[in-house]
Write a protein that binds this ligand. Sequence first.
Ligand SMILES: [Zn+2]
Length: 66
Amino acid sequence: MADDARCPDCGVTLAEADLFTGQGDLKVRTETDEDGVLAAVGVAKALEVSPRRCPDCGLVRFYAEE
Ligand SMILES: [Zn+2]
């Protein structure tokens, strides 16, 4: 979790943001995990996406959560 994530431009702590897609949760598909159980069957992992927004400049960053 990136609780102390900071804006690279302003240096202030990013706030949690709520992302709307209207089509379910946004996810990130990773490369196949070499050490994971899913690698045996060739399945990539799907990670939840956690958006953070800068309250000063509005920059939004996405963090893929394990
Ligand atoms: Zn900023």
